[in-house]
Structures are given as structure tokens and as C-alpha cells.
Design a protein around this ligand. Structure first.
Ligand code: NAP
Length: 285
């Protein structure tokens, strides 16, 4: 029986820390504020936005919404971002992507001030992940994987880690962050040969493939910790991950559930970035 690395206790610890920092900021007259920018009404954006607003409310972060219609033009969105960059009362900006096809993603991402990039979408934030400097903020999902591993005290230094998936939003930054913890990291992609054998070499396996149930017991062995980033809805309408949980759980030492794992922690990481951005500005951090 594996230990189930639930997100809830990680979230509780992060909320406590964020709420305490919010109180200190309020004592200095600062109200941490997040700008949420959404173009159109995609159901997954709306659902994430609801989660973010609830979490912000719980720790004392104000949310300002900037909503544009799905047929908005790029200049309108750039103007909103310029306003947010200039507004001293706003500490962080969450911009929902992918954007509709009339937008140039690179131009839009580049318009955001890195110090307000709490979702890790600018090149400066990614540079910060690679150089281990305080530029911007790391992508929240990648950081959520590390928060879970650290909270549960999973040893990383000197250990072998395999990250399956190399997207800029999850796999690559997660690999860099594991490297920072002195793990020896292998980053896999769709052309990796013999994925089961590669995964079995690892002490820690982070799976961010975007393929429902692609990692089964054949890829895993006793002694491993598995972090499942995938989110899918199966034929029965239930949420599930990239890992076959029922097959993996009896084999490995520890595993994150879906739902209730990485996804739960991601929102708290985002809120933590807003509070940290406000604290840096107020010279509390
Ligand atoms: P993505 O951009 O589609 O990237 C998938 C990666 O997996 C690619 O690098 C791809 O390789 C690799 N891959 C695909 N098939 C593979 C195979 N057979 N062997 C090895 N690697 C393979 O996906 P993503 O945005 O990183 O998201 C990954 C998953 O995480 C999705 O299920 C997504 O819904 C979920 N997600 C969860 C959260 C959360 O908060 N929990 C947040 C974001 C995303 P190539 O580069 O060669 O194509």
C-alpha cells in the first residue's frame, strides 16, 4: 500500500503561511491584489478562476477581474496589460491561455511586467527558473510538484528523478527545480525509447504527459514516489491522471491522487506568488 500524497495538508500549510503574510501586509496598509485577465468564456478557464477566487478570499487577497469578449483584438488586451503593469495597487496578473487565435501569444506574454508574472508565463520567469534567481515566478504547476515532495519530506538530493513531458509550463521547469534540489534528472519526451525502463530507474517519477492512464505498473517499481500531473475526465465522467492509479498504488511507495493532488496545490502556489509579490514590493521579504 502506497502512502497517498494528498494535496490538502500541503494547501493548509501554504494557506496558513500566506494568510499570516497577508496580515503583516495589511498592518503596513497593503492589500495583496491579483488581476485576473480572461478573454472569452472557456469552461476550464471559468472553473480555474472560481478556484482561484475562493482561495484568494480565504487568505485575504483581493481579485480584480478584467474580462474581454472572445472576439477582442490584440491591442485591447495589450492595453489592459499595460494598465495592470502601471497600477501600483496590483501585485500579480493571471492571464488565461491559450488565447483565441487572433492573438500572438509571444507578443502578449512579453507585454507583462515580470515582477507581476505570478503564473510564470514570461521569458524572464523561465530564465529565473533556469538561473535560480529571483526573476519573475516559476510556473505554478511545476512548483506545486516540488511543494508536495518537500512537504512530505521525499528525499531528492542525490536521487534519480524522471520527468515525463517537457512542456514549458510543467515538465521543463519541474526538471530544473528537481535539479536545483540536487536530484539527477532525466527529462523524457514522446520519442524517448523504452519509457518503462527509463521510469523504473527513477526514485521520483513526475508524469506530465497529457495522456490519460499512459503510465501503468509496467513503468513502476517498489521504492518509488510518483507525482501525477495529468488531469482528464474518463468515460464515466470522473477525473483521473496520466498514471493508472489503481495499478500503480499497490506497486510504489508513495503517489499523488487525481483529483486531490497536484491540481489542488497549484492554486495555492499562485496565491502564494501574489502575496510574495506584494511582500517584496513592501520590502517584507
Ligand atoms: P503538453 O504541453 O501536451 O506536453 C505533453 C508532454 O508529454 C510533451 O512534452 C510530450 O512530448 C510528452 N509526451 C507525450 N507522449 C509521450 C510519451 N509517450 N512518452 C514520453 N513523453 C510523452 O502537456 P502539459 O501542458 O505539460 O500538461 C500535461 C498534463 O498535465 C495534462 O494532462 C494537463 O491537463 C495537466 N496539467 C495539470 C495541471 C495541474 O494543475 N494539475 C496544470 C497544467 C497541466 P513531445 O514534446 O515530444 O511532444
Amino acid at each position: 500500500m502506497a502512502t497517498i500524497l494528498k494535496g490538502a495538508p500541503v494547501v493548509a500549510a501554504m494557506n496558513e503561511h500566506n494568510a499570516a503574510l497577508c496580515e503583516q501586509l495589511k498592518a503596513k496598509g497593503v492589500l495583496p491584489t491579483l488581476a485576473v485577465v480572461r478573454v472569452g468564456e472557456r469552461e476550464d478557464d471559468l472553473s480555474y478562476e472560481r478556484g482561484v477566487m475562493t482561495r484568494c478570499g480565504k487568505v485575504g487577497v483581493k481579485v480584480k477581474q478584467y474580462l474581454l469578449p472572445a472576439d477582442a483584438q490584440q491591442e485591447q488586451l495589450l492595453e489592459v496589460i499595460r494598465q495592470i503593469n502601471k497600477d501600483d495597487s496590483i501585485h500579480g496578473c493571471l492571464l488565461f491561455r491559450p488565447l483565441p487565435k487572433q492573438f500572438d501569444d509571444t507578443t502578449v506574454r512579453a507585454a507583462l511586467a515580470p515582477e507581476k508574472d505570478i503564473d510564470g508565463i514570461t521569458d524572464a520567469s523561465l530564465a529565473g527558473v533556469f538561473t535560480n534567481t529571483e526573476l519573475g515566478y516559476p510556473p505554478c504547476t511545476a512548483q506545486a510538484c516540488l511543494e508536495i515532495l518537500k512537504y512530505y519530506g521525499v528525499p531528492l538530493s542525490g536521487k534519480r528523478a524522471v520527468v515525463v513531458g517537457r512542456s514549458l509550463v510543467v515538465g521543463k521547469p519541474a526538471a530544473m527545480m528537481l535539479d536545483r534540489e540536487n536530484a539527477t534528472v532525466t527529462l523524457c519526451n514522446s520519442r524517448t525509447r523504452d519509457l518503462p525502463a527509463v521510469c523504473k530507474e527513477a526514485d521520483v517519477v513526475v508524469v506530465a504527459m497529457g495522456r490519460m492512464g499512459a503510465v501503468g505498473a509496467d513503468c513502476l517499481r517498489a521504492g518509488q514516489t510518483v507525482v501525477d500531473v495529468g488531469i482528464h475526465v474518463n468515460e464515466e465522467g470522473r477525473l483521473c491522471g496520466d498514471v493508472q492509479f489503481a495499478a500503480a498504488e499497490p506497486v510504489v511507495d508513495a503517489i499523488t491522487p487525481v483529483p486531490g493532488g497536484v491540481g489542488t496545490v497549484t492554486t495555492s502556489v499562485l496565491v502564494g506568488h501574489v502575496v510574495a509579490a506584494a511582500a517584496k514590493k513592501a520590502e517584507l521579504l
